[in-house]
Design a protein. Structure first.
Ligand code: AMP
Ligand code: ZN
Length: 475
């Protein structure tokens, strides 16, 4: 498969570190508000990559963080903590906000057929890992303490601006343009690893550290959570294009300084979904969420169909008219598929199916050309194949496209991977067990709480208690 790598600015043959296995990291949401449909475009295109790698037979392990601390309104350490902003806006605690919007995010993912990664880890659950890596960076001379905070020293690197698609001076201007310059930084490109002297005294979540009570910077969380679960060599790191700088640039700087060797091979960045007036926003104009689409009568999968119609490396303009056109096309497509009725005794035509499978693969092998993959769906419908073969092909393609193409045929329901995350348990069942354990703990029935934990562990589900609630990972 050819995959565009933001590091080399070229499409490269995808070759993972370990043959047959892929480690993939996704920057997760900052859970201070609902995700807008732009954020979800990024998660959807990453989902297609994840599913296509599985389709090709790779054993994929995917990890995603939940940013519930440390992400400031300005990506270069300026402004206010977004979580605190959310808490103030809704007069709730940061933990309440984190729990509410984490759940809302997964609900949206479910509606959009976005598979939940194997491991989802909130930043607040990994404070010890951050402290360990920051301590090592200090020991190795890559970090310094100033004004009570710990900073990464970018001057220690031969090459800091790794994504050379950006002009170095533009990036530096971005940093200089920050509303408040941080006088503690030796160079304005340096970034915070750990805050102790917060400029906002009201910061709710703080932890003990060797440098005083404080909280982590945003960038360190993704490096640490990735290394914790996926080891020293990462195959693919994904995110929206705005993450390339400074977030991913800083992740590379600190991970490679810590490890002493190259860290991640392929960087996949999804271009933005914009409105006609420009950048999509959660505060100005219409706040475009999945619920808003639903309230206007759209099926979230019509939005997925809209996104798959264009390449992830092109920015996409959202208008209601564009969505309406995609929705009409999707409904027509589904209606055509619904009409397919296999005749009794009809057999799957393997030879007839082969060129269609090849066309579908060729599309996605070429840097995930989803719009051509959708064309392959139409070509199946037009082809002189029997209904059994057409339906089998459509089910096969849909394991990657996630459009529920054959769902209403009354046959096999395409599986929403988000429903079945571990062994035989569904996400709802795991969440119910977590709630029952919490109730048992509240009633001081620790034996029952332990029994629930052990019973989940037997099914490969590990629970982690964090300040913002219990999370789980699936083996
Ligand atoms: P956040 O919750 O702000 O940390 O962002 C979640 C993800 O959405 C990140 O990967 C961002 O790069 C991505 N993102 C932010 N804005 C957009 C947009 N307008 N279109 C597509 N992706 C976006
Ligand atoms: Zn990240």
């Amino acid at each position: 498969m050819l995959l565009y790598n933001s590091l080399s600015h070229e499409k490269e043959e995808f070759i993972p570190h370990v043959p047959g296995k892929v480690s993939m990291y996704t920057c997760g949401p900052t859970v201070y508000h609902y995700a807008h449909i732009g954020n979800l475009r990024t998660y959807m295109m990453e989902d297609v990559l994840d599913k296509y790698l599985r389709y090709l037979g790779y054993d994929v392990t995917r990890v995603m963080n939940i940013t519930d601390v440390g992400h400031l309104t300005g990506d270069s350490d300026e402004g206010e903590d977004k979580m605190l902003q959310g808490a103030k806006r809704e007069r709730k605690t940061v933990l309440e906000i984190a729990k509410f919007y984490t759940d809302a995010f997964f609900e949206d993912c479910k509606k959009l057929n976005i598979r939940i990664p194997e491991r989802v880890e909130p930043a607040t659950g990994c404070i010890d890992d951050f402290i360990r890596v920051i301590s090592s960076l200090l020991e190795k001379g890559y970090a310094y303490e100033a004004g009570g905070n710990i900073y990464f020293d970018t001057s220690k690197l031969d090459k800091y601006y790794v994504f050379h698609g950006f002009r170095e001076e533009d990036l530096a201007v971005g940093v200089r343009d920050g509303v408040e310059e941080d006088g503690n930084k030796r160079s304005q490109a340096d970034f915070v690893l750990w805050f102790t002297k917060s400029k906002f005294d009201s910061q709710e979540l703080k932890w003990e550290s060797p440098w005083g009570v404080g909280y982590p910077g945003w960038h360190i969380e993704c490096s640490c959570i990735s290394m914790k679960h996926l080891g020293e060599y990462l195959d693919i790191h994904c995110g929206g294009i705005d993450n390339a700088f400074p977030h991913h640039t800083n992740e590379i700087a600190q991970s490679e300084a810590y490890l002493g060797h190259p860290w991640c091979k392929y960087w996949m960045h999804v271009l933005h979904l914009n409105t006609k007036s420009g950048k999509m926003s959660k505060s100005k104009g219409e706040f475009l969420t999945v619920s808003l689409l639903e309230s206007k009568g759209y099926d979230p999968l019509e939005y997925r169909f809209f996104c798959l119609g264009s390449h992830y490396r092109k920015s996409l303009v959202f208008t209601w008219e564009n969505l309406e056109n995609a929705a009409i096309a999707y409904r027509k497509l589904k209606a055509r598929i619904d009409k397919l009725q296999p005749a009794p005794g009809e057999e799957y035509d393997e030879a007839g199916a082969a060129p269609h499978k090849a066309a579908f693969r060729a599309a996605l092998d070429n840097d995930l050309n989803t719009s051509l993959a959708v064309t392959a769906v139409y070509d199946v419908l037009k082809a002189p194949l029997n209904a059994t073969t057409k339906l089998a092909l459509l089910r096969d393609f849909d394991t990657v496209l996630g459009l529920n193409l054959v769902a209403e045929n009354g046959k096999e329901e395409p599986q929403n991977a988000a429903d079945s995350v571990g062994g035989t348990l569904t996400r709802e069942e795991i969440e119910a067990a977590i709630a029952a354990r919490l109730e048992a703990k509240k009633n001081k029935n620790y034996a029952e709480a332990d029994r629930i934990r052990a019973s989940l562990a037997e099914q490969g589900i590990t629970l982690t208690d964090t300040p913002s609630g219990t999370t789980y990972t699936v083996l």
